[in-house]
Design a protein around this ligand. Structure first.
Ligand code: ZN
Length: 851
């Protein structure tokens, strides 16, 4: 595939569009290899600029015919687009182009998936369909006519005329081209209706291929209705069209896409039944359905001026879906999950790919759909809310929609809304958007006893953000540190407070009856790394006593991480952590889901990152051995309580994927996993008796992680060979639990199986995402992990550059390791960079990682 020359785009170079669009009319004559697209676009000069250059983006469409105000025109068509000399007034542009959906393996633009036509236009896919000003600050109402013999023809907005071989759609809400969508195929709907708070009936439908998938939409529909109701109650935002359609597609680069009125979903995040999806997948479906729905206001009605502002829609929409999950599930457990997702962002921030939440330049914008933009972007919204308070946040958001509905705006506009509505946002909050890197907050304390009893407690906080690529020096940022002070009996000595660290250092004093144990950064109140000279005894105290569940979990996490770091350096497991976990496992008070999260040890990658933070080069084999040894030590310490815990948590009621049942199954699975290290029989029995996929996968994982399970894995593959999504799990488990020296070979062998399909991103991720997740396997001293990954990234790149570029981030930590490993990883990256016909997407990523 020929790509245009790769050039960096800079935020500083933004210029308004010379031409605006009043109306778009599209006709699609669908044909797998030769689809014709006829466009009629009404352009008008943008009064905000003198520039009258007329240039339309185009990446691949073959121009058949073109007219300006009805007269044939002869534009200049080059690789990146079309130019012509426009009239000096509003005019009608018409074009007919031809495209080849079947040859489109990049899954961007119009492509085929299992006989169905499907589009993906974010970020720059529309230009692969036809010539257009493909930038988010050009918004227009779209009318679409689809001509095809396929039974179901869908596009954005409300349905219009339809008949044999055609259907028309009209979307009255002006939108950027990246929100355009079209789907056509032999599809069946699962229908429902929703009545909005203002009394309008909305027809809802989830569309799948005919067959078993039809019966797997109920949970998505239920989630959609819950999300629609929630957005009305929490944000006073109601839906604004007569229909809302969701389509499940098997071949999709990302999770899902918020196209106006026609969301397109990777089938893995919409289809679910108890037998074919695990509890975690149900939870993801609920969150993703909500996320895409919430985009209708945060993204679609108010959109981004340019792609540098991506966090404006993504950070805010992730924050909204987090709030939703906290409301409909357990807030404490959700917050811990979010913090775990932020570890991936910390890893990004600590390596060569570090970039600000609002980046300043890019080559391929698709490479910026990152943990930093999404997860850290959401944390910034959360901090804003904690700084201005709940009411301030509500006022600011109300003003945001009132002021910017129908507009394409920037982070400056967003922050201005907070200043205007609340007046309390520190001027330098904007640095959170422009500075990359994770701030380190150090806490120091002093205790001065008073003769009369009690004393004065002084807490000093200081911040520092390490350099990141292109940003050697950082200025202080406002950091809200939610703080509690605990007495020796675990009680709160003062009311919890948010200490706002605005400058490089700050100091707070408290008069207290006794010297407190501080509980800092409760609720993960800022995306920072807290540095504090705490000893294990204090961490164990917080793990046992902190009333804030996040801080409690975090204390256990720190305890485990420190221990694993020591063990990787040769120390033996001590008994403090296993005993603390034992106490927690048998304490009936905390939510089972919370206990399950506490029982999970930090990943090998987390331990490697902690060692790296301490200035050491992690040895993946030693980290792996340490973690295995600690798992065994925990199992032994809990041996006598595991069967009882498993029995108590066993769910016998009919399956429900809600927080309560999933939490019990999670703790049941954790107990089974530890037990399997000592005795395989319970997990073998559990595998045979499983009544849903959650139990089945938990049992199979427990066996594989303990070095058993070959027969069960074979049975699993045979039973699920016709179920693409379940089979993905099998592919993934094989690699995830392969012994380190066998991981690369296992991945290679799986990728050569007939069921492996390079065109299906889910399958690729199942195998090679799992290879990256097998830390000691991927970083095996032989270099086989790096070589295999590089080989397959190159194969994938030839078909699907975006997917290959995303997956290449598996290399981002390569500089952490010893010189030998670095040499091997560096050679693999060099091999990628030297490949001929490398895509600009993968070139940009591999280049940034290699630098
Ligand atoms: Zn999103």
């Amino acid at each position: 595939m020929k790509q245009p020359a790769a050039q960096a785009v800079h935020l500083a170079d933004y210029a308004p569009p010379p031409w605006l669009v009043d109306e778009v009319h599209l006709v699609f004559r669908l044909s797998p290899q030769a689809t014709r697209v006829l466009s009629r676009i009404r352009f008008r000069p943008n009064p905000a600029t003198e520039d009258r250059t007329f240039r339309l983006d185009g990446d691949g469409p073959r121009l058949v015919r073109c007219a300006v105000d009805g007269a044939e025109a002869a534009p200049e068509v080059r690789e990146a687009g079309l130019t012509l000399t426009p009239p000096d007034r509003p005019f009608l542009f018409e074009a007919e182009v031809e495209i080849d959906p079947e040859a489109n393996t990049a899954l961007s633009g119009l492509y085929m998936s299992n006989g169905m036509f499907c589009t993906q236009c974010e970020a720059q896919g529309f230009r692969r369909i036809t010539f257009y000003p493909d930038r988010p600050d050009v918004m227009a109402p779209f009318t679409v006519r689809i001509e095809s013999d396929l039974p179901v023809l869908l596009s954005n907005g409300n349905p219009g005329a339809a008949g044999k071989g055609f259907a028309e759609w009209h979307d009255p809400h002006p939108k950027p081209a990246y929100l355009f969508a079209l789907v056509a195929g032999d599809l069946v709907p699962q229908r429902d209706t929703f009545v909005t708070s203002d009394g309008r009936a909305v027809d809802l439908a989830v569309w799948t291929r005919p067959g078993p998938d039809e019966g797997r939409c109920a949970f998505a529909i239920k989630s959609l209705k819950t999300a629609m109701r929630w957005d009305e109650a929490a944000y006073d935002l109601a839906y604004d069209l007569d229909v809302f359609n969701i389509v499940a597609v098997d071949d999709f680069n990302m999770g899902a896409m918020e196209n106006k009125g026609l969301n397109v979903f990777n089938s893995s995040v919409v289809l679910a039944s108890p037998a074919t999806a695990t509890d975690d997948q149900f939870a993801v479906i609920e969150a993703v359905v909500a996320h895409e729905y919430f985009h209708n206001w945060t993204g679609n009605r108010v959109t981004c001026r340019d792609w540098f502002q991506l966090c404006l829609k993504e950070g805010l929409t992730v924050f909204r879906d987090q709030q939703f999950s906290e409301d409909v599930r357990s807030a404490a457990v959700e917050r811990i999950r979010q913090a775990l997702a932020m570890r991936g962002q910390f890893r990004e921030d600590a390596g060569p790919l570090a970039h600000p939440v609002r980046p300043e330049s890019y080559v391929a914008v698709d490479n910026f759909y990152t943990a930093t933009v999404y997860e850290k972007g959401a944390e910034l919204v959360r901090m804003l809310k904690s700084i201005v308070g709940d009411e301030g946040y509500r006022d600011a958001l109300r003003l945001y929609f009132a002021r910017h509905d129908g507009q394409a705006v920037t982070i400056e506009d967003w922050l201005q809304v907070f200043r205007d509505a609340t007046g309390t946002v520190p001027e330098h909050f904007g640095r959170w958007y422009s500075q990359a890197g994770t701030p380190r907050v150090t806490a120091e304390e002093e205790w001065e006893p008073k003769e009369s009893g009690g004393g004065t407690y002084t807490l000093r906080l200081a911040q520092e953000t390490p350099p990141t690529p292109g940003q050697p020096c950082k200025a202080p940022m406002p950091i809200p540190v939610r703080t509690g002070l605990l007495g020796a009996d675990g009680s709160e000595l003062v009311e919890e407070r948010v200490l706002l660290l605005e400058e490089a250092a700050g100091e707070w004093t408290f008069d207290l009856p006794e010297r407190p144990v501080p509980s800092l950064l409760r609720g993960f109140s800022a995306p920072v790394i807290l540095r504090r000279e705490a000893d294990d005894a204090e961490r164990a105290f917080l793990l046992a006593n902190d009333p804030d569940p996040f801080a409690r979990w975090e204390a256990g996490r720190r305890l485990a991480t420190r221990l694993l770091c020591r063990m990787a350096g040769g120390a033996r497991a001590d008994d403090a952590l296993p005993q603390a976990l034992r106490a927690l496992a048998t304490d009936d008070a905390p939510d089972p889901a919370f206990r399950a999260l506490c029982l999970a040890l930090p990943s090998e990658d987390d331990v490697a990152q902690a060692l790296h933070d301490d200035g050491a080069a992690p040895d993946p084999d030693a980290v792996h051995a340490a973690r295995e040894a600690l798992r065994l030590a925990v199992s032994k310490a809990m041996e006598d309580v595991l069967p009882g815990l498993r029995g108590a948590m066993r769910v016998t009621a009919p399956y429900r994927p809600d927080a309560e049942q999933s939490g019990r199954r999670a703790l049941w699975g954790a107990a089974l996993g530890y037990e399997a290290l000592l005795d395989a029989a319970p997990a073998q029995a559990a595998y045979c008796e499983a009544t849903n996929l959650t139990e089945e996968i938990a049992a199979l994982s427990a066996l594989l992680a303990a070095g058993h399970g070959a027969a069960e894995a074979e049975d699993f593959r045979e039973r699920w060979s016709d179920e693409r999504l379940v089979l993905d799990r099998w592919f993934s488990l094989q690699v995830r639990f392969a012994a380190p020296e066998k991981a690369a070979g296992t991945a290679e062998a799986l990728a050569r199986r007939p069921e492996f399909d390079l065109r299906n991103p889910n399958r690729f991720r199942a195998v090679f995402g799992a290879l990256a997740g097998n830390h000691a396997g991927f970083h095996n001293a032989s270099g086989a992990g790096y070589d295999t990954m590089a080989d397959w990234l190159l194969k994938l790149d030839a078909l699907n550059p975006q997917a290959a570029a995303r997956m290449s981030t598996t290399f981002e930590t390569w500089r952490r390791f010893d010189p030998d490993r670095q040499a091997r990883a560096g050679a693999a990256l060099d091999r990628i960079l030297a490949a001929k016909d490398l895509s600009p997407d993968l070139r940009e990523m591999a280049g940034r990682i290699r630098d």
